[in-house]
Ligand binder design. Structure first.
Ligand code: PEP
Ligand code: MN
Length: 337
């Protein structure tokens, strides 16, 4: 349930409510709004204690949260959350583009691509150091060496970086080098990993599992928030459907629905969703029109030589073209890129 305190409630008053919540065996989650403080009370059957809080004179209202996901819901927080990745704000008026290679292959490869995507207007650099590959014989990523290249290139280009942690044991290492940790589609329900990135305070990019419902997706985000990390960006990256002409199916209506149900920012990844270079730009356009707060796009200087996902990677000139196009779409919608 959500407890809304009366405006002007003092720190002492907040503490009093928080202590009562803990005494009853529940977990308080405090959100400081512009005018009022809202406290989420998380725990099974918390609503049964409703009257205890309603009787407090500093409490304005006590409302149940009807959805199974609580902290990520709009019922808990009506105002959109802006997640800061270094100085880049995701979830506000700006449409933020994350771009870079599928995998970090070498320092030179990463630097060359980073410079190109930055020039085109990308605000965050991506690149996998630990790669979740379908085949164990495919390139698995450079590991820590790749993380070091990401940190170096980030320093040179001043682009914050995002990269994937595939296992809870990798989180500490990844957060040492990266500005945002990615939880990949195949790990969306790796609950130990979700709890671990939840304990870290670095922003998290949570990708939707390819066979997950929206509810399951938001419940995974709930794991991260309930572990104490509110800096979560959701990513619609395509789901499995009967259609096999594309790699996955970009679920745009769900992307729009997320904006209704949750206050968290949501971005789209048309590269993995389509698996086809020629479709990336049109699905990027569509995602922005559907209300996406950003995009994740794979770019490679020589896609034919890429060690992973070359067939869906854009060349730098194609990426420049995509950026020009989405700029005009964003403008038409009153947003900017
Ligand atoms: C990626 O972004 O590098 C990736 C592997 O994507 P996904 O987890 O969505 O397949
Ligand atoms: Mn990829």
């Amino acid at each position: 349930m959500v407890i809304t305190l009366k405006s002007g409630t003092t720190e002492k008053g907040i503490k009093h409510v928080v202590e009562k919540i803990k005494e009853l065996g529940f977990t308080p989650h405090i959100s400081h709004g512009e005018e009022r403080v809202i406290i989420g009370v998380i725990g099974e059957n918390a609503i049964r204690s409703r009257e205890i809080f309603e009787a407090m004179f500093i409490v304005d209202s006590v409302m149940p949260i009807s959805r199974p996901y609580k902290l990520v819901s709009r019922e808990f927080k009506g105002k959109a959350t802006i997640v800061k990745v270094k100085d880049v704000q995701v979830g506000g008026n700006e449409v933020v583009v994350i771009a870079g290679p599928c995998a970090v292959e070498s320092r030179e490869q990463l630097l060359e691509i980073a410079r190109e995507v930055k020039e085109a207007g990308a605000k965050i650099l991506r690149g996998g150091a630990f790669k979740p590959r379908t085949s164990p014989y495919s390139f698995q990523g450079l590991g820590e060496e790749g993380l070091k290249y990401l940190a170096e290139v980030s320093e040179v280009t001043e682009l914050p970086v995002v990269t994937e942690a595939m296992d809870s044991r990798q989180v500490e290492l990844v957060t040492k080098y990266a500005d945002m940790v990615q939880v990949g589609a195949r790990n969306m329900q790796n609950f130990d990993l979700l709890k671990e990135v939840g304990r870290s305070r670095k922003p998290v990019l949570l990708k939707r599992g390819m066979a997950s419902t929206l509810k399951e997706f938001l419940m995974s985000a709930e794991y991260i928030l309930s572990s104490g990390n509110y800096n979560v960006i959701l990513c619609e990256r395509g789901i499995r459907t009967f259609e096999d002409a594309t790699r996955f199916t970009l679920d745009l209506s769900t992307l729009s629905l997320i904006k209704e149900l949750s206050h968290l920012p949501v971005i789209a990844d048309p590269s993995h969703a389509t698996g086809k270079r020629s479709l990336v730009a049109s699905m990027a356009n569509a995602a922005i029109a559907a209300g996406s707060d950003g995009l994740m796009i794979e770019v490679h200087s020589r896609p034919e030589e890429a060690l992973s996902d070359g067939f869906q990677s854009l060349t730098p000139p194609d990426f420049h073209k995509l950026m020009r196009r989405i700029r005009s779409i964003a403008k038409a919608l009153g947003r900017r890129v």
